[in-house]
Design a protein around this ligand. Sequence first.
Ligand code: F6R
Length: 259
Amino acid sequence: MEVIIAEADKLAGLAADAVEKLLRARPAAVLGLATGSSPLRVYDELARRHKDGLSFAQARAFMLDEYVGLPADHPERYRNVIEKEIASRVDFAPGAVQGPDGLADDLEAACARYEAAIAEAGGVDLQLLGIGTDGHIAFNEPGSSLASRTRIKTLTRQTREDNARFFGDDVGQVPRHCLTQGLATIMSARHLVLLATGRAKAEAVHQLVEGPVSAMWPATVMQLHPHATVLVDDAAASRLQLADYYRQTFADKPDWQGL
Ligand code: F6R
């Protein structure tokens, strides 16, 4: 696991560099897209690079998760958020961006279809991730099976409170259920790139990088991934025991290496 501590704009640039390098080497790459605040600077940077010629026309993308039951036109439905924040700002082909169907009559069948669609696309090449204050990735809340695949989950009170800011600060408006890629689904992606900023993420980041692998902090499963990159600002890094070592390692990193 590589840990990079830098300012938020620099982190977004590094993540965008990794996406750009992938798309230039493999235009038909499969991207994994996260929602929430953490990837927004990356999406801004990718939209800017698209204007400078970076194309997504042959690429495909899979979202991490979706609320269950939000109306199709709800602005916080993750499908709509992803459309607004990135899909509509670059040149993905129609239908190239997919997400779990939180409005399906048969949610279990929708989850199975989603797993099949990811497999049929050849799996995700680069997965962008955020982390919840309770250590979730996608919406794999504490206690999630480390072997889980896409399924329905119940959001914790903590996550619903954290996300109330998107729902007029009214936690009652935040859905209780979601469909989410499982931890094993996420672990199947070939490169994981997680972004975290702000002091509220410091304990989750410490557990993710330095804690024991445990379903209590689901993101810790990333310690078992052969190619995981953790991009954090000073505040999110403030509880890391080996912060000085991570800083030194990044300062000494050869220019050619990339993420
Ligand atoms: C969103 C997702 C979540 C968020 C996490 C952090 O698709 O999968 O795991 O990444 O809740 O959210 P932010 O970035 O808003 O702090």
